[in-house]
Design a protein around this ligand. Sequence first.
Ligand code: GDP
Ligand code: IMO
Ligand code: MG
Length: 456
Amino acid sequence: MSQITPTSKRSGTPVHAAVVGLQWGDEGKGKIVDLLTSRYDCIVRYNGGANAGHTVQVGKERYALHLIPSGILSSGKINIVGNGVVVDPEKVLDEIDGLRARGVEVGANLRISDRAHVVMPYHKDQDAALEELLEKRSGKAGASGSIGTTRRGIGPAYSDKVRRSTALRMGDLLDHALLLRKLDAICGLRMAELEALGATVKPLVPKELADRFAAAGERLRPHIDDTVYLLHDQIRAGRSVLFEGANACLLDIDHGTFPYVTSSNCSTLGIPAGSGVPGRMIGKVYGIMKAYSTRVGGGPFVTELLDATGERIRQRGREYGTTTGRPRRCGWLDLVAVKYSVMVCGADAIACTLLDVLSGFDELKICTGYRRADGTVTDRFIPDAERMHGFTPVYETLPGWQRELGTCTDRDDLPVEARRYLGFVEEFVGIPVELVSVGPERTQTFESNERFAAMR
Ligand code: GDP
Ligand code: IMO
Ligand code: MG
């Protein structure tokens, strides 16, 4: 990977970029952000919370990041947790301690928005209680009703943000009296809500919570900042910014497979609101696509493989959640979904990850359309679970390849069938595959300046 700072050809000013997942999460965003970090000055999370699990492998060291941007593993970068993120203060402290224990510098290089909303323990209780209630009603996780959340309190924390009167922001943790006043108003109502959900929890004592979270706030004080001014000061000074999406486009609250989504705008559309940086400042969007599909939790998944092929992908791809350890549902690549995400996110280029996992199959399938229950076919994605009932995939079948890809360092090293597979993606989706990842390590990645489609 070349070590350049990307500049706009026209004005010479830095081009800010975004990394976003084009499927249902776990596409390898952490790995790609870590790789691209050398080219940018600031790395910014703008959405989600500790529901994200971004894995970065540096040599033998493997890091799982949940709230802190993946840029933290490179020195000399400013890592920003934007106002659109929901922060679990104790989780972020654990993450800071864990990184420091492994020799990673975490100091002034980590800035957390004073306006990011706080995930409190009662949010996690609410999340779990609602999921359990709905699971009991429907019989199993992910069946109609329960979402199959990570139980990290994400939905309830964003609900409080939208409700306003019961919300806490990171800046509130720095003022004990204010925090206590707010918790006094919140706790009674929250107990009633938890009881209505059938949760058995200890009474919420405002003073206890205020003491506990003001203490967390004190430890986080050196990191808490007005990140909107910070970012604009950096941009004015000519520094470049890389936005790190968490979750993924098909989990976006507005544009994903509703209601089986998360509670934030995790497509690139969340960047302006979640960071305070206008969308028009973003010059390049990298859409991260794994070479097949996975999802965790409930919801539509047209190309899901419930057979030995799905199990083989799960084993080869080690498809178990970074955050919850749950086995991920696996299936063939769904280009109807990917093309939709490219459109919504305005992706300019694809980074294709986990291509190595597909070695050893005689043939590979790619979904190019959905057949509805009445037999008609559509090439449009429908971001609504109710309206995707009964959809089955229309596949193109491509020849597979046998060779392992982990040592490929260049597009020409790839078997011709792998190049054709990527060429098919480019032609169908309409944007180039610029990065190819063939293993979890930084070094197992290469750039391609020529289109794969030209080689088909
Ligand atoms: P994220 O949430 O999008 O950052 O993705 P996760 O870290 O949750 O999941 C991706 C997993 O795939 C991690 O275990 C990565 O180490 C691993 N990974 C990333 N790229 C590749 C690749 O090209 N090949 C293989 N085999 N593993 C990869
Ligand atoms: P990264 O950033 C995969 C899924 C959950 C669940 C739904 C809602 O690692 O790609 P939530 O806890 O957010 O209310 O759960 O969204 N989900 C993810 N799945 N990767 C993620 O993040 C996810 N973040 C949320 O499994 O189905
Ligand atoms: Mg993940």
